[in-house]
Design a protein around this ligand. Structure first.
Ligand code: M6R
Length: 607
């Protein structure tokens, strides 16, 4: 998604703005731009593609202003061309924007009818036009922004500067995140604390509907009702070090390899290793024993973590669970039980649909629990209780270590819930926790097979379509394997419950379609193997993921990736790793942009 940076500085700001934009690169973008104020003029440079293109422009033609705004654009309205790249300028106004102005078409019509001409296909330009018109009509910058904001519908964050106001930077937030950074005689604005970390750790997060007028020495903040207000300043823990790839070729490779370590860190937060018990925080304001139902919402990979959790909570805690993708859940006005518990799961903590689902659940009187990786994110700040994943910064667009850390937290919660509900004995808790703490070691074993997985990925890389099959608790891992493969290699892939195959998808099977079968030695193993034989009988090319000691002559006929023998309870954590590796190596062989695949964003702040 788009990234926003603004600086009121004491020295030329262009280089710092580019540095901050680099820290927002992980969000995904397809063009970038910057504007600074210098000697009563607005200087602007923009470029399609990566930040290095913008840097080339700045080298050819530097900007020296002491105040400026910058932007990485993830195109929504209009192709990712230089002309559509932000900042957008109309008259004395220059503006960057993240999000979508939903009523832009009617505003544009109105402006055109009033004589305005448009240079871009973006929705953003209507905002610049409205502010510029208000200014031309004699309004002050603050008044012009305030009246413009009142006309905008949608979810957005904005940073706005004025040619003749070199000590003024206005920011606004509705739906999309925006933070203010406080410096010494300097002020900053950014999409997140990570962008601002090199400059300051003193951060004020805007709340929904807030807008703020900054000078180098002051901050005036207004809430959604237009009342001047104060928001707390917090000290961000985000490191100013730019996360690097270490010895890895891609962030995704590094993040896959980190999983034994970060799953271990996450376990350390929620497990009493000596007692082999789950530690639930005392501050829980709900009792799992009193719940009739649990509602889990999330998007993409995080939703698949929720789907795995459904199996865990229902089986071990005997607690019915409803899982839905947040983009559907938020609009279907689901009736929710009184005092129920809603869990939202999000790596970024900024996903627009998941945030909306959280707010809906709050409005329906639910207790809310967020599983997030970014502790200062909007979802973390708005949920009643936060269970952090300790994955560390995840930069690759494809979620890997965040997913297994989400599974880890959910497994702990499910065991904790089972204990509170009296659904498992102390011995059973002991057994499950003992299995869980073994997960990092098993994951490390699986990672040792990377070369073998890469060889199999080579065969898959020629396919047009790939199917992933799993059953029970590993059905969501089949979905996740397919999502991973398609998002980074662009090979069409689908995940299916193995038992569902003969209800339609089996028609796709021929010798050109690799079928990845996820089959741990659990109570459904034989059934999955039968489904696999149905595929083999129709010429499908099978890659079997199962335990090293899984017997059966049939298996020798297929490509095989051996997974260590473990309690089936933790199998989703283990089988996630080879499907990630398959996707990664297929993408590397094909030569796609693994960490920033086309059309995708890391942090999806629009719906
Ligand atoms: O930040 P979130 O966990 O809320 O993001 C949710 C999805 O956008 C995310 O998992 C997405 O599906 C990934 N690209 C999957 O690899």
């Amino acid at each position: 998604m788009c990234g926003i940076v603004g600086i009121l500085g004491t020295k030329p700001v262009a280089a710092d703005i580019v540095d901050a934009l680099r820290r927002l690169e992980y969000r995904g973008y397809d063009s970038a731009g910057i504007a600074t104020l210098e000697n009563g003029k607005i200087g602007r440079r923009r470029a399609p593609g990566k930040l290095r293109n913008l840097e080339d422009r700045l080298r050819e033609s530097p900007l020296d202003g002491l105040a400026g705004i910058g932007h990485t654009r993830w195109a929504t309205h209009g192709a990712p061309t230089e002309g559509n790249a932000h900042p957008h300028m109309v008259g004395d106004v220059v503006i960057v924007h993240n999000g979508i102005i939903e009523n832009f078409a009617e505003l544009k019509q109105e402006l055109i009818a009033d004589g305005a001409t448009f240079e871009t296909q973006t929705d953003t330009e209507v905002v610049a036009q409205l502010v510029a018109r208000a200014r031309a009509g004699g309004m002050s910058p603050r008044e012009a922004v305030r009246t413009t904001l009142a006309r905008l519908e949608g979810a957005f964050a904005l940073a706005i500067m004025f040619r003749d106001e070199p000590d003024l930077l206005i920011g606004a937030r509705k739906g999309a995140p925006l933070a203010v950074g406080h410096g010494e005689g300097q002020m900053f604005i950014g999409s997140d604390a990570m962008a601002l970390a090199p400059f300051t750790n003193r951060i004020t997060y805007l709340e929904d509907g807030d807008w703020v007028a900054l000078t180098r020495r002051s901050m005036e903040l207004y809430d959604v009702e237009g009342r001047q207000t104060v928001r707390p300043m917090s000290f961000s823990q985000v490191s100013s070090n730019l996360v690097d790839k270490g010895n890895h070729r891609h962030f995704m490779a590094k993040e896959i390899a980190e999983q034994p370590e970060v799953v271990g860190h996450t376990l350390a937060e929620y497990v009493d290793f000596a007692e082999r018990k789950i530690r639930l925080p005392d501050k829980l304001r709900f009792d799992f024993a009193k719940l009739d139902r649990l509602t889990i919402t999330a998007c993409g990979t995080a939703a698949y973590a929720g789907l795995v959790a459904k199996y865990w909570f229902e089986r071990f805690a005997r607690l019915p669970v409803e899982v839905d993708i947040a983009s559907e859940f938020r609009y279907r006005e689901a009736p929710l039980p009184k005092n129920g518990l809603a869990i939202v799961i999000s790596q970024s903590g900024e996903t627009a649909d998941t945030l909306a689902a959280l707010r809906y659940c709050k409005s329906q009187g639910q207790h809310t629990l967020a599983i997030v990786n970014v502790p200062e994110s909007t979802i973390a700040r708005e949920a009643e209780i936060v269970f952090r994943t300790y994955a560390g910064p995840e930069i690759g667009v494809a979620s890997t270590k965040a997913f297994t850390c989400q599974l880890t937290v959910l497994a702990c919660l499910a065991i904790g819930a089972a204990r509170q509900r009296g659904a498992i004995s102390a011995e059973k808790e002991n057994e499950l926790v003992s299995a869980l703490v073994e997960a990092p070691r098993h994951m490390a074993e699986i990672l040792k097979q990377e070369k073998h997985v890469a060889d199999i990925a080579k065969q898959i890389s020629h396919a047009r379509d790939v199917l992933f099959l799993g059953r029970g608790i590993n059905y969501p891992i089949a979905l996740e394997g397919a999502l991973k493969l398609k998002e980074i290699s662009y090979i069409h892939a689908e995940g299916y419950a193995a038992g569902e195959l003969k209800h339609g998808p089996i028609a796709l099977i021929d010798e050109t379609v690799p079928v990845i079968v996820i089959a741990p030695r659990d109570e459904l193993y034989e059934k999955t193997v039968s489904n696999m034989e149905e595929v083999a009988a129709r010429g499908g090319r099978i890659v079997l993921l199962t335990e090293a000691d899984a017997a059966g002559a049939a298996h020798d006929r297929f490509e095989r990736i051996s997974i260590p023998h473990a309690n089936p309870f933790i199998s989703p954590l283990l089988y996630a790793v080879p499907v990630q590796l398959l996707a990664y190596h297929a993408a590397v062989i094909i030569g796609t942009d693994v960490d920033q695949p086309r059309n995708l964003a890391k942090s999806v702040t629009v719906e």
